[in-house]
Design a protein around this ligand. Structure first.
Ligand SMILES: Cc1cc2nc3c(=O)[nH]c(=O)nc-3n(C[C@H](O)[C@H](O)[C@H](O)COP(=O)(O)O)c2cc1C
Length: 263
C-alpha cells in the first residue's frame, strides 16, 4: 500500500484492485480449464447496457495466430501469453437475433449499427474485460490489456474473421506472472475527483502535478530497466503529438464493418 492508501477501508476485493498492475512476462504454463471457465463466466456477469450483451471475445489458441497478433501489437509478450483474448463490440449476433424476428438488418429500420450502439457495445466489452482482469488478478494470475491490437484493425478483423457489425475493442493477455513490477503511481485523488463541478482554473487542476511528475519519474518500467520512465507531463506531451498510430481513425474501418457514424 502507498502512503495515501493508509486510510482506506479494505477487504480482499479492494486489496486485489489496489495491487493491480500490468504483467508483461508470463510463465510458460497453460491455464487450466476450470480457471478459463471461471474467468469467462465472470466476464459474462459484468453489467450490460440495455441488457444487449453486445460483446463477444475470441480466445486465441492457435500459436501462429498469437504470433500474428503479437506482430500487430509490436509486443513479443503477446505471443507468449498462455491465455489471450480479443474483446469485440458485437452487434452481429443481435442482428441475427433480430433478423429471426423479422427485422430487416440491411434496411434503415435496423438501428443496432449506429454510432451510439457502437460505443454502447464498446462500453460493455470494456466492462467485461475489466471484470475478467480483476478475477484473474484475484486468482494470482497476471494480465495486460492490449490497445495495441488496434495498430492494424483491418488486419486483426481479417485474422479473426470478424463479420459485419463487429469491431475489435481491446486484447487481454493472461498468465502466471513471471515478473513482479512495482505499482505504478497514480495522481492525487483530488486531481481526478472533483466535487460538483470541474475546477475553474488550470492552476488548481494541476496543483499536484510537480509532485506526481517526480513520483512517476522514480518508477522503473520492467520493459526498460536502464532508465526511469519519463515524468507524467513528458509522457502526455509526447502522446499529445500524433506519431502515426492514432491518425488511423476507427471510423472508416468501423464503417467497413457495417456501423453507421453519420446519423
Ligand atoms: C485501454 C488500454 C490499453 C492498453 N494497451 C496496452 C498495450 O497495448 N500494451 C501494453 O503493454 N500495455 C497496455 N496497457 C497497459 C497500460 O500501459 C498500463 O495500464 C498503464 O501504464 C498503468 O500501469 P499499470 O497497469 O501497471 O498500473 C493498456 C491499458 C489500457 C487501459
Amino acid at each position: 500500500m502507498t502512503e495515501t492508501q493508509h486510510n482506506l477501508r479494505t477487504n480482499e476485493t479492494i486489496e486485489t484492485l489496489l495491487n493491480r498492475r500490468s504483467i508483461r512476462k508470463f510463465k510458460p504454463e497453460a491455464i487450466d480449464e476450470q480457471t478459463v471457465a471461471t474467468l469467462e463466466t465472470v466476464a459474462q456477469h459484468a453489467a450490460s447496457s440495455q441488457y444487449l450483451q453486445d460483446w463477444s471475445a475470441v480466445r486465441v489458441e492457435d500459436q501462429a495466430l498469437k504470433d500474428a497478433i503479437a506482430e500487430i501489437c509490436c509486443q513479443t509478450y503477446v505471443a507468449e501469453a498462455p491465455l489471450l483474448y480479443i474483446f469485440i463490440a458485437d452487434e452481429h449476433r443481435n442482428a441475427a437475433v433480430a433478423e429471426r424476428k423479422g427485422v430487416k438488418v440491411h434496411s434503415d429500420e435496423f438501428t443496432l449499427n449506429s454510432s451510439y450502439r457502437f460505443t454502447q457495445a464498446q462500453n460493455d466489452a470494456v466492462l467485461a474485460l475489466h471484470a475478467m482482469e480483476t478475477a484473474a488478478f484475484s486468482l494470482d494470475l497476471g494480465c495486460v490489456i492490449l490497445g495495441s491490437v488496434l495498430n492494424d484493425p483491418r488486419k486483426l478483423i481479417e485474422l479473426l474473421h470478424l463479420p459485419e457489425f463487429t469491431y475489435p475493442v481491446l486484447g487481454l493477455a493472461i498468465g502466471k506472472p513471471d515478473q513482479s513490477p512495482a505499482l505504478k503511481p497514480r495522481m492525487e485523488r483530488d486531481d481526478q475527483f472533483f466535487a460538483d463541478r470541474y475546477p475553474a482554473d488550470d492552476t488548481e487542476l494541476l496543483h499536484g502535478l510537480d509532485a506526481f511528475d517526480d513520483s512517476v519519474h522514480k518508477y522503473y518500467d520492467l520493459r526498460n530497466t536502464s532508465r526511469p520512465v519519463d515524468a507524467f507531463s513528458d509522457q502526455i506531451a509526447n502522446n499529445a503529438v500524433d506519431t502515426g498510430v492514432f491518425s488511423r481513425s476507427v471510423k472508416p474501418v468501423a464503417e467497413d464493418q457495417g456501423f453507421r457514424f453519420d446519423r
